[in-house]
Structures are given as structure tokens and as C-alpha cells.
Design a protein around this ligand. Sequence first.
Ligand SMILES: Nc1ncnc2c1ncn2[C@@H]1O[C@H](COP(=O)(O)OP(=O)(O)O)[C@@H](O)[C@H]1O
Ligand SMILES: [Mg+2]
Length: 327
Amino acid sequence: MSDVVLEVRDLYAQYGNGSRRVKAVDGVSFSLRRGGVLALVGESGCGKTTIALSILGLLPYPGRVVGGEVRFEGNDLLSLRGDELRRLRGREISMIFQDPVSGLNPVLSVGEQVEEIIAAHTRVSKQEARRVVEDALQRVGLAHPERLVKQYPYQLSGGMSQRVFIAIATVLNPKVVIADEPTSALDVTVQAGILNELERLRREQGVSILLITHDLGVVAQMADEVAVMYAGRIAEQGRTRDVLRRPRHPYTWSLLATLPRVDQDRRPLEAIQGSPPDLAELPDECAFLPRCRKAVSACRTQPSPPLAELAPGQRVACYNPVYHPDE
Ligand SMILES: Nc1ncnc2c1ncn2[C@@H]1O[C@H](COP(=O)(O)OP(=O)(O)O)[C@@H](O)[C@H]1O
Ligand SMILES: [Mg+2]
């Protein structure tokens, strides 16, 4: 069995056609290891959600994948038919969204929503399904599942809704969970509980997690590997401890420089000066140029270079990477 469960290779996705074409994902590659947590991190609008939706074949019109491969256990998901993909979603790969409340169906009870996914993918008796549902709710830290199954989404807090969502996403023991900003809409006090839940899924069920976030504190706490995105591309990727300790792309470096202590301060990435480019009007030169303090002449005259391995396992797309004198 391969060590890699999900591989994205040279993915391109865009919205629209003709005059206003948003190049949301512009040649992105990464591998998610079995039982690992890979974080995709970057400012709002850099293409993270588009990657998640592309993987699952859920990109809404006018979005479309225009190139690349998505391999799940070796099979290319982009070439699957709609019904084949539906069989896979929820069962093999599932997704947790940022806003749990709008993700739940307001007119179905909690029990009915969890049962729905079980019924869609398996053949079990009503009684057996009820038992699986209560188990799943209990597993994600929800007390009194027998009472909870009768409640409706409006009766739940944000944190409880997200736990129900996680129960739905994991009830069929998927191999991969894609969590898109799973705690961004929640109060700080409940964020930690949700992250612990994801960590437990990885530990106890061996789930591999693609964790999308704009919070470097979350990355530091949860991820083994990180890919830092900028304007639809990966600027830097590697083991989390290497990238956070020795960031080599000036973008990663400035993100970290805005955080006094990664483990204590949870400021959003937007603290960095300037703003990312419009993905509909990407420049020919490096997209980070206007915000970069280390730019050299190559950065102004040509597109940013492909990722190159600057240290073992750490790959950076930059003509003038940050140098660490302690090495
Ligand atoms: N439905 C859509 N139609 C047109 N452009 C979109 C749509 N969804 C996202 N985009 C654009 O694609 C880019 C990437 O968006 P997204 O993947 O949502 O980024 P992130 O998740 O990192 O915030 C942004 O420039 C965004 O404006
Ligand atoms: Mg997003």
C-alpha cells in the first residue's frame, strides 16, 4: 500500500471564460500521507477552497478544472463519472466546511441527517443505523446522543453543529477528511475542542486530513506538513517544523514575522502589509513582488520559478529566498 493516499498533481482550476478569467489554482501539487495532516495555508482568496472543491468534483459553475490530476489511492478522481464520485464522497473522502450551520439541513433532525449518509452508502436496518448514529455522535464528544438525534440544527450552538458535521463526515470511516477552515466561524473557546476532535480522528481512526486554514497557530498545532499558498500557487512547502522554524520564501517569512509567538498569538494572516493580487489580472512577474522586501531583478522580469528543494523536504518557489545564517 502506498504511503500517499491523496495526490494532487499540477492542478489548474479557473472561474469563467474569455475576458474575465480568474486563475484560482495555477499549477498546484501536493501529496497527503496516510494518517498524516497536511495544511494548506494562505490568505483569503488564494485558492484553497477551490482546491478542496476540485478534489471532490464539487466546483460550482463557472468554475472548472482545466488541468492536472487528483489521485486517490492511485485512481484519478477527475476522470470519474458523477455517480462514481458520489459513491466516493462521504464514504472514502469527506469534507467539513467552515460554516457548519448552513451546511446542515434545517428541516431534518440531527438523527435524520446522520442517518441519511448511512442510508445513501450502506444497507443496514433502521435499528442498526440508529445505533451507528448514536455512536458517531458520542464519538465526537456530544453528550446524550439519544436526545440529540431528535433536535434540529437551530437548537444547536456553532460548536455543537460543527461536531454534528464532523460526525456526518466521519460516520462511514472515510480515509480522507478535507476540513476547510473548520474552526474559523467558531468562538476561540470552542475552536480547540474541534481541533482536538480532528486530532483524535487521525490518531484513533487513522484518517488522513487535508486541513485548510489561514491560521498559522492551527498549522503549528495540527499539521505534519504545510503548503503555503500565494495567488493560486504554492510558494513553499515542507515539514511544518522546518517551514515554521526556517521559512525560506519571503511570503512565509513575513507571515511569521507578523506573529510574535506562533503558539500564542492567533492573529489572522491579513496582518501582513498590502494585499494579494487580483487573480483575474495576474502579472507576468512574481505575484508577490509588490509586497516583497527581498525582490531582485529576476523577480521583475520573469514569472516566479518552480518549487526547488532548498533543504531536505523543503521546497520553495523564489529567486531570492531567505537565508538562515544558523545553518
Ligand atoms: N464562484 C466563483 N466565481 C468566480 N470567482 C470565484 C468563485 N469562487 C471563488 N472565486 C475566486 O477564486 C479565487 C480563489 O477563491 P477561493 O478558492 O475561495 O480562495 P480561498 O478559499 O483561499 O479563500 C478568488 O479570487 C475568488 O474570488
Ligand atoms: Mg476558502
